[in-house]
Design a protein around this ligand. Structure first.
Ligand SMILES: Cc1cc2nc3c(=O)[nH]c(=O)nc-3n(C[C@H](O)[C@H](O)[C@H](O)COP(=O)(O)OP(=O)(O)OC[C@H]3O[C@@H](n4cnc5c(N)ncnc54)[C@H](O)[C@@H]3O)c2cc1C
Length: 344
């Protein structure tokens, strides 16, 4: 018997999975198709939500909005799924030089930054080398993204189909779309970096980047996350460490030289020997101009996209997934900065 649904979501990373979650919770019919052998960035992600990043310690785009939403959404999702994957924590940003310490002093007088500054942070442990000092950043978090996806997949049950969709198997009719025998009213492509090959959406300025994330182990009891160009995040009894940025190798091969690079960076600041326990690589759906791709195809009105989450999918995906769901189901307008209508 042929399957039929209102919404067919292609790609079960954080984008597609949270969109499916929001659609089902809005009482809509949705099926999610994910191909387990295409490496998902979400399953490799370091798992860090860090509001203030970069050499100049800049507050990320719309971070106050994501924070307000995520601090409610993730705990509610944990409760609904009966699992635990979200840990709010303070991030200690270790200054590399006096100029960074000075930038931080300036930020402290900026009202936009104030909610993100922790004023009562404990002293750093003695095994952290921070000769220029460190900022204490509030509203950071660690997300165990594999646990999160696995919990959602269990919840979806038979609404999750494990298969690869070939573009040649997508046939658009006037009143429906047929995707490999599944008849649906709308298709939403949430393919991560693979979206750059999508014949309907490859006109969008994708610019994917490969990254590596490690899991390390060491005799220390770090309660806060550390950031100093790369990051170290306490998670599940070990430490997640990321990430590299590689622009000329779009494979998921984890190469030994990246382990050397990341561990050398960490051991400049952490004076406890760390051992490698796992190493994975994936490709991020980074895009030019660093704003996500949400919306409807300009001509094929049954085709939609949710992509371009770049380096911050764990921060952006929950609220953006809800706003796309509202656009598709209630015609609530998208933020023009995220709407692909901006590309004409
Ligand atoms: C090393 C590394 C570290 C990172 N660290 C962080 C971090 O600390 N914090 C953070 O917020 N973000 C981080 N990111 C970025 C984050 O992972 C991404 O922003 C986010 O996961 C993108 O989610 P997505 O759902 O768009 O794509 P993906 O997670 O890649 O999911 C796309 C899914 O679509 C499936 N798919 C594609 N094509 C098809 C098809 N034709 N048929 C069926 N299925 C298909 C794939 O199998 C995949 O499961 C990191 C990324 C990497 C690589």
């Amino acid at each position: 018997m042929k399957k039929q649904t209102e919404y067919l979501i292609i790609g079960g990373g954080i984008a597609g999975s949270l969109l499916t979650w929001h659609l089902l919770n809005a009482g809509k019919e949705a099926l999610l198709v994910d191909h387990p052998e295409r490496c998902s960035a979400t399953r490799v992600a370091g798992g860090m939500i860090n509001p203030i990043t970069g050499k100049r310690l800049v507050l990320s785009w719309r971070m106050a909005d994501w924070t307000r939403y995520n601090t409610q959404f993730y705990p509610a999702l944990e409760k609904a799924l009966g699992i635990s994957f979200y840990s709010p924590l303070i991030i200690r940003r270790i200054f590399k030089n006096a100029a960074q310490a000075n930038d931080w002093l300036i930020r402290q007088n900026d009202p936009a930054y104030r909610p993100f500054i922790e004023e009562h942070a404990a002293a750093l442990p003695e095994y952290i080398h921070a000769p220029h000092g460190a900022a204490a950043i509030r509203h950071g978090a660690g997300i165990q993204s594999v646990k999160l996806l696995d919990g959602l997949y269990r919840y979806f049950g038979e609404r999750l189909i494990r298969a690869k969709v070939d573009y040649a198997d997508i046939h658009i009719a006037t009143d429906h779309v047929d995707v490999a025998g599944i008849r649906c009213a709308r298709v939403v492509f949430c393919e991560g970096w693979h979206g750059m090959y999508n014949p309907w959406f490859r006109y969008l300025p994708f610019h994917p980047s490969k990254g590596d994330a490690l899991t390390l182990d060491g005799e220390m009891d770090l309660k806060e996350a550390l950031a100093f160009g790369v990051f170290l995040l306490p998670q599940g009894g070990g430490y997640r460490c990321g990430s590299t940025y590689i622009w000329d190798d779009l494979t998921c091969r984890a190469l030994p030289e990246t382990v050397r690079f990341l561990t050398e960076q960490v051991q400049r600041f952490v004076k406890v020997p760390l051992r490698l326990t796992a190493h994975k690589a994936g490709v991020r759906p980074t895009v030019k101009h660093r704003r996500p791709f949400l919306g409807r195809h300009p001509r094929e009105k049954r085709l939609w996209i949710f992509n371009g989450l770049g380096t911050k999918g764990l921060s952006l995906a929950p609220l953006l997934a809800e706003s796309l769901m509202r656009y598709m189901t209630q015609d609530a307008p998208l933020d023009p900065e995220t709407d692909i209508a901006r590309f004409g």
